[in-house]
Design a protein around this ligand. Structure first.
Ligand code: IMP
Ligand code: MG
Length: 177
């Protein structure tokens, strides 16, 4: 599919599922190497990261636990700036290595918010993984430790990312025209 219509907007193909999978595999293997023997906790940000995390974590063939957290920040195409944890982490964080998994790094607000929430629990380390990062340079770009794929500017959907709740289960990713 070269194009998709979601609600009132048209989107064009940006990266295919095969391209994404190639990068996901590579990153999963790197995480398995970097965290071997460290018994990490992966924290998956819902809803956006659910597909990426499912693919990525099946490549991470080391002992680890997985928690899910939900933070709301986007309404339609724009960030609202009001971040709040909707539901939280069930794993014990103290003394563990934490890896937060998100779908895309935009302003970096979501990841720094969650990092700050975790620090009082005294984890051994906190690192972040995102599936996509826009190529435009933000100050906060340095906040993420692992990136699967750098993408061009523009609002994207598919592979977990939505426009007003739609488009998450598209296999490829598409950019707003
Ligand atoms: P940040 O806190 O500004 O880095 O925003 C990150 C969050 O905003 C992601 O976890 C997404 O849920 C959402 N987001 C940012 N860019 C897009 C996009 O292009 N499409 C869909 N959701 C996006
Ligand atoms: Mg999100």
């Amino acid at each position: 599919m070269q194009q998709v219509q979601v609600l009132d907007k048209s989107f064009e193909l940006l990266h295919t599922a095969q391209e994404i999978q190639r990068h996901v595999k590579k990153l999963g293997k790197k995480l398995a190497t970097d965290y071997a023997g460290k018994d990490p906790v992966f924290i998956v940000l819902l809803n956006g990261a659910f597909i990426f995390a499912a693919d990525l974590l099946r490549q991470v063939t080391i002992p680890a636990t997985i928690s899910f957290v939900r933070i709301a920040s986007y309404q339609g195409l724009t960030a609202t700036g009001n971040l709040k944890t909707v539901f939280g982490i069930t794993d014990k964080i103290t003394g563990r290595h934490i890896i937060i998994i998100d779908d895309i790094l935009d302003t970096g607000q979501t990841l720094s918010f969650l990092k700050n929430e975790l620090l009082p629990e005294a984890p051994l380390s906190v690192k972040t993984v995102v599936c996509f990062r826009r190529k435009i340079k933000h100050e906060t770009d340095r906040l993420t430790d692992y990136v699967c794929l750098e993408i061009e500017e523009g609002f994207v959907i598919g592979y977990g990312l939505d426009y007003n709740g739609y488009g998450r289960h598209l296999k490829d990713i598409y950019r707003l025209k």
